[in-house]
Design a protein around this ligand. Sequence first.
Ligand SMILES: [Zn+2]
Length: 271
Amino acid sequence: MKFISQTRNCPLCNADKKSPYLSEGELRLVKCNMCGFVFLDNLPDESEIYEDYFEQTIYSKDYTKFSKEKFLAEIYAINEQRLYYIRKLKIKGSILDIGCGTGLFLKTASNYGFDVTGIDVSNVAIKNAREQFGINADRKLISDLNPSDMQFDVITLWHVLEHLVNPLDDLKKIRTMLKPDGVLFIEVPNLNSAKFRLSGRKWQGGNHPLYHRSFFTGRNLREMLLRSGFKTVKRLNISYNVPGRNFLYTKSKELFNIFAMDSFLNYIAKN
Ligand SMILES: [Zn+2]
């Protein structure tokens, strides 16, 4: 593997003192001694990695353990519930989905009358979003976006922030792309989740040092959002109901989520 850096300062507080946290092969996760943020210390060359990411993770049966149909049914149910929470705050307007993938979320959003725009790093995903769903989507990075051109009522980051090399800088820019009363929705894997505590390095939902650069707890996600300039930062207590899951599983997730220990963290932030 090629690396673009072997070591770096904390992406949250910029401290240079850190301690080993977990390692997988050549990849080293470290924990900041100052703020406790867990991050990937040595950054692989992304140009090698993201070429295959989309195919390997999203549509690989080995990864999802489900059929594609069941996987899509879950995603559809989750996206409906995401829209339920968005519509509590914004009944209409424009949505930018950063990391829009094949456009499934934006397709659901457009069904509710939102004016939708997507960007993603994957050419294959963008082609799908445009051709299958007719979504206004482009192959772009956050660094390609120009805030003076685009202002949105809602911006969404569904499992994107953990992939970014400089999430604080990206959040500062994203903040300037929201209208004055706009809302940012974020969902990331939860380092404080019961699943990560029990299964650690084996937790497929969260531990991907090859793809994930940051490993969030509620506390340091809140800290990062405040540091990037947002005035209002709030956790949403969302436990997704997905088809085919039994009652006990669903109830246990709801219980964990009361203590912010479910697999994912959901936050909203406003200017
Ligand atoms: Zn730190």
